[in-house]
Each structure stands twice: as structure tokens, then as C-alpha cells.
Design a protein around this ligand. Structure first.
Ligand code: RTP
Ligand code: MG
Length: 137
């Protein structure tokens, strides 16, 4: 089942020089390919749309502060079962709960600064691709 997903390498990944490492893990998976890629700093309006489900939660404001604190790398990745697959590569939200071998498990410690976002369903993927890459929608 060929799918596409929206991936963000968060500001901590860019600051720490881990984007090449993370993109390499994604690129090396059989069949997956990057079809869009851009370095950009996110504004509050974009983040409010992207993280709409979290508006009002206690972690929302610090999340927006963090996500707008520096550039992110936004990518569209296409390929076989890529939505579930990138979530699996990333590991659970809390990096301490994430197994070694996963991106968050290998490089993260703080729940908020967990290096990578990946769409969590086909519906989210379509919405997020449209938000970040309207020309690819
Ligand atoms: P994402 O949306 O970024 O791919 O991550 P996720 O699905 O694994 O996690 P989600 O529940 O959607 O939360 C979005 C992001 O908010 C930050 N967060 N901080 N308790 C906290 O301090 C807390 N909980 C979540 C993380 O950056 C998480 O990835
Ligand atoms: Mg999420």
C-alpha cells in the first residue's frame, strides 16, 4: 500500500546536526523516497493548525515556543506503508520510553524535544501535506 506522510525534523534535530543521520535512516528503507524537502522556520499560525488537537493542553504553549525556536526540515516521504513505518522508526513520544534503535530512543531525553514528527494516520497525512506543501496536495 503506497502512502505519503509529512515528516518534520524538529528544531532540536537541526540545532544538533542530526538531520543527515535521520534522513539517512528514512532514505535507506526499501521503496521509500523523499518527494519534497524544505528548511523553514514555523510561525504560530502554522503551528496552531498543525497541532490543533493539542490547543489548550498544558504542554501546548511550550511546544509552540520550542517548535518556532529555530528552523525545521519538512519532508514528504512516499512509499510502502510509510505512515506507520516512520512512526515506528521514530519510536514513542517519550524518548526515555523509546527503544534504542529508534530515532527518539537513540537521540532524545526530553518529551518535548523528541527530534521528529510524523503523520499518525492517512487523514492527518493528507491534512499536513496540504498545510506544509500546498503545491503537492
Ligand atoms: P508528533 O505529533 O510531534 O509527531 O508527536 P506524537 O504524535 O508522538 O505526540 P503528540 O501526542 O501528538 O504530541 C505532540 C508533541 O508535543 C510534545 N509533547 N510534550 N507532556 C509533554 O510535555 C508533551 N507531550 C507531548 C512532543 O514534542 C510531542 O511530539
Ligand atoms: Mg502527534
Amino acid at each position: 500500500m503506497t502512502q505519503r506522510t509529512l515528516v518534520l525534523l524538529k528544531p532540536d534535530a537541526v540545532r544538533r546536526g542530526l538531520t543527515g543521520e535521520i534522513i539517512g535512516r528514512i532514505e535507506r528503507k526499501a521503496d521509500w523516497r523523499i518527494t519534497a524537502l524544505e528548511l523553514r522556520t514555523l510561525d504560530r499560525a502554522t503551528l496552531e493548525q498543525h497541532y490543533g488537537e493539542h490547543v489548550g493542553k498544558p504542554f501546548y504553549e511550550p511546544l509552540v515556543e520550542f517548535m518556532s525556536s529555530g528552523p525545521v526540515v519538512a519532508l514528504i516521504v512516499e512509499g510502502e506503508r510509510v505512515i506507520e513505518g516512520v512512526r515506528q522508526l521514530a519510536g514513542p513520544t517519550d524518548p526515555i520510553a523509546a527503544a534504542p534503535g529508534s530515532i527518539r530512543g537513540d537521540y532524545g531525553v526530553i518529551v518535548r524535544e523528541n527530534l521528529i514528527h510524523a503523520s499518525d494516520s492517512e487523514q492527518s497525512a493528507e491534512r499536513e501535506v496540504k498545510l506544509f506543501f500546498p503545491h503537492h496536495a
